[in-house]
Design a protein around this ligand. Structure first.
Ligand SMILES: NC(=O)c1ccc[n+]([C@@H]2O[C@H](COP(=O)([O-])OP(=O)(O)OC[C@H]3O[C@@H](n4cnc5c(N)ncnc54)[C@H](O)[C@@H]3O)[C@@H](O)[C@H]2O)c1
Length: 327
């Protein structure tokens, strides 16, 4: 793709700050709008780049949305209250940002005729698998079992039904992310488990048999860039799962992979029964591989090593700081 001017909403976040680095590296101009819920440290490496622009603002404000879509070619919409726990904790704010804020950005985008609108959705939309031995894919009916996923499904539906528009709408259902980023998150499964065990703490695991797919932040960002430049006929009005079929893991397997690196933590793990997070899904990612030749470059063990190094190096002064968590 020729270089474009791209608006990334939520660019200061875990995925956004990785994506911005990749977009700038590829020569694009990037504007981000973010209300900086977790600060702006994640953007410090880009602030001096003349192709980068930060607009501090909130997508629930229609005037902000109108302003930030001006003169952009494409939009990657990441800004949200992210995750089941965060949406459960503040349902009104989640609805306001994830429903109304998303509609504001889309409506502003329609007024200025942007080319592509890429929406960050989630594999959480699949909910609990009906066939415990099977896999879900893009043709499987969505069964959201949380406010977070309900709001994602609702906006996906709006986008996929966009008619009489020159915009190419694309939904990407990311696997649960892990890995490094300018905005570290220590509340996501792989990162959190690794952190606790690398700190020598006891770790209680519930739902150890539950399956979930995982994908590295850099691979998620690569997938976003891929759909920004892919043939319109292949991606328009389509939803793609983003990840790799071989990267579905039960929580127990993730623990085993961490213990391979940290054998001294063997007695620190206990498994408990608790029905807190019933999401259980194994996802098939063949579609993005087949249609767009997408291949991941990192696997969960790579992320585990990254977080062991991060924690053991002492770079993070207070690993329990709320900066690294969404709740
Ligand atoms: N991290 C994952 O595992 C994962 C998995 C599936 C989908 N996703 C989706 O990817 C996107 C990015 O997730 P993330 O992990 O980077 O989350 P994040 O919380 O790190 O980033 C979200 C960013 O959005 C900003 N933001 C929140 N509300 C805003 C508002 N009203 N106006 C402007 N900015 C606002 C925050 O300040 C933050 O910088 C989200 O849409 C999320 O639902 C993430």
């Amino acid at each position: 793709m020729n270089t474009q001017k791209i608006l990334v909403t939520g660019g200061a976040g875990y995925i956004g700050s990785v994506l911005i680095g990749q977009l700038l590296h590829a020569g694009h101009e990037v504007r981000t709008v973010d209300n900086l819920s977790f600060g702006d440290d994640s953007l410090s490496a880009y602030m001096q780049n003349e192709k980068f622009e930060l607009v501090v603002g909130d997508i629930t404000n229609k005037d902000v949305c109108k302003k930030v879509v001006e003169s952009v070619d494409s939009i990657v919409h990441l800004a949200a209250i992210v995750g089941d726990p965060a949406c459960k904790q503040q349902p009104e704010r989640a609805t306001s940002v994830n429903r109304d804020g998303s509609r504001n950005i889309l409506s502003a985008a329609q007024d200025v005729h942007i080319k592509r609108f890429v929406f960050a959705s989630t594999c959480s939309n699949y909910g609990k698998m009906s066939d415990p031995d099977g896999y879900v894919d893009e043709t499987t009916a969505l069964k959201p079992i949380s406010l977070y996923a309900e709001l994602k499904v609702e906006f996906e539906t709006i986008l996929m039904n966009l008619k009489h528009t020159s915009i190419v709408p694309i939904c990407l259902r990311f696997a649960t992310a892990y890995g490094l980023s300018p905005r570290i998150r220590l509340d996501l499964t792989v990162n959190e488990f690794t952190k606790e065990l690398a700190l020598g703490r006891n770790l209680e695991i519930y739902g150890e048999q539950f399956w979930r797919p995982y994908c590295h932040t850099t691979d998620i960002a690569r997938a976003i860039i891929l759909v920004l430049k892919a043939d319109e006929k292949i991606v328009s009005h389509k939803a793609f799962n983003v990840g790799d079929t071989n990267e579905n893991y039960q929580k127990k397997t993730i623990i085993d992979l961490i213990l391979k690196e940290l054998p001294e933590a063997k007695n620190k793990v206990s498994y408990v029964a608790k029905e807190e997070d019933p999401r259980d899904y194994r996802v098939n990612f063949d579609e993005i591989k087949k249609s767009l030749s997408f291949e991941i470059e990192k696997r969960v063990p790579d992320g585990i090593k990254e977080y062991i190094d991060l924690i053991k190096s002492g770079t993070i002064i207070d690993p329990d700081s709320s900066t690294y968590k969404n709740v």
